[in-house]
Design a protein around this ligand. Structure first.
Ligand code: AMP
Length: 396
């Protein structure tokens, strides 16, 4: 795979697809600039070599229509702040005026195109639209990992117009390497920790990663479907009754793959889904009828810790308790501690998926794990073994 580090960008106009789909507050100010910070190394590399950058991104879901609320003008100040330089802005992704701005762009300069999703052609993956955009650049760089699972005009379709000058950006490279490390080239033992609320959304991931891993830790709300399937009494804890059979099948498949499965053994329970609710700690197979399990118990924390500490590669997706309520965050905090310790001891740890990312940021574990993925859906789909259109468009 050709890397942008090996290419000479001098005097090249470089079309860079990024994912600046950042969260905003009610005044449209950016509340989390992680995704902008994440692509700075790619942009710096191109600009420092004397290339110019035409930035393409989407923001929100304007559904193919112009809508001021989703204008990139609103996030322009934050982009300029993070990149530390002036960014020119084209009010429309297409048109005469934009073409002129592209023509006048000098080495070291950046031009940001207005929200691509103001055109319905973007999400449709329209070839003509992609071709028009492609005319702006000599080179195409895709650094939008967060959108790599979409086959849109600017994320995938456009690549065909750059048969020998298409590249992954540095962020994409890092993300793909991190996933490859877990699934294909990770040092053993490899431990996957899956939590969150539902089994149903994690089934394909579990089935895909079983051949690659040594240990599977299952926690959070989804664990109760396994516990009940094994005859446990789970009170009014989260349950997917129609997935119990599947849960038993997963346990069988794990055995067949020589994967050791760790399920919680105890849990903190409450009668209400409420931070202030009275808590008790009980055997997870013996939850009283009116109660529900909301966090991993102390014995579970120790059990999970033993598996994690002895691992060389760790994948974590999904909290193992309702960490959004402080009084039920202990289990997930203990898990974060175990992963941080293992990482310090030399393990490679990859954290991904919306809620786990929120957790590591909120609780200060971002710098204590090896890699935090920026792409929720894209990372989950690659763990499911699916080929990402944005990736295939570059590699094929
Ligand atoms: P998911 O989107 O499936 O990854 O689920 C993430 C959510 O699962 C988080 O918001 C957690 O609060 C929630 N969660 C974790 N453990 C439990 C539990 N024992 N009961 C209910 N929800 C939980």
């Amino acid at each position: 795979m050709k890397s942008i580090s090996d290419f000479n960008f001098e005097n090249k106009k470089v079309l860079v697809r990024v994912d600046f789909n950042v969260p905003q507050d009610e005044n449209l100010n950016v509340t989390d600039n992680t995704r902008i910070v994440a692509v700075k190394p790619t942009l710096d590399l191109i600009l420092n070599e004397g290339g110019s950058v035409i930035l393409m991104t989407h923001l929100g879901r304007p559904k193919g229509e112009k809508n001021e609320k989703y204008s990139l003008r609103n996030i322009l100040p934050e982009i300029e702040k993070v990149l530390g330089k002036k960014v020119k802005f084209a009010e429309d992704a297409l048109g005469e005026k934009t073409q002129q701005m592209v023509n006048q762009l000098k080495p070291g300069e950046i031009l940001l195109l207005e929200n691509l999703r103001f055109y319905k052609e973007e999400e449709k993956g329209d070839k003509d639209f992609a071709e028009k955009l492609s005319k702006y650049g000599d080179v195409y760089v895709n650094d939008a990992f967060g959108t790599a699972h979409r086959e849109h005009a600017s994320t995938a379709v456009i690549a065909q117009f750059f048969p020998s000058t298409k590249f992954f950006g540095l962020l994409m490279e890092k993300e793909l390497k991190a996933i490859d490390k877990v699934l294909n080239s990770g040092e053993k033992p490899i431990t996957a920790i899956l939590g969150g609320s539902k089994v149903s959304t994690k089934i394909t991931i579990i089935e895909n990663i079983l051949p690659a891993i040594d240990n599977l830790i299952i926690g959070g709300g989804m664990a109760f479907t396994f516990i009940k399937a094994q005859g446990g009494k789970i009170g009014k804890s989260l349950i997917e009754n129609d997935k119990m059979q599947l849960a038993l099948e997963i346990l069988e498949k794990a055995k067949a793959n020589n994967v050791k499965v760790y399920l919680p053994v105890d849990t903190f329970i409450a009668k209400e889904f409420n931070n202030e609710a009275e808590q008790r700690e009980v055997n997870i197979y013996k939850i009283p009828e009116e109660w529900m399990g909301l966090d991993a118990g102390s014995k579970t924390q120790l059990l999970f810790n033993d598996a994690i500490i002895n691992s060389k590669t760790i994948l974590w997706n999904g909290p193992i308790g309702v960490f959004e309520m402080e009084n039920f965050s202990k289990g997930t905090v203990a898990l974060g501690e175990s992963i941080a310790k293992a990482t310090k001891l030399g393990a490679f740890s990859l954290v991904g998926g919306g809620d786990s990312i929120a957790f590591v940021k909120q609780f200060g574990y971002e710098d204590k794990v090896s890699y935090v993925s920026t792409g929720g859906g894209a990372m989950l789909e690659s763990l499911e073994g699916l080929e990402l259109p944005g990736v295939a468009a570059i590699t094929k």
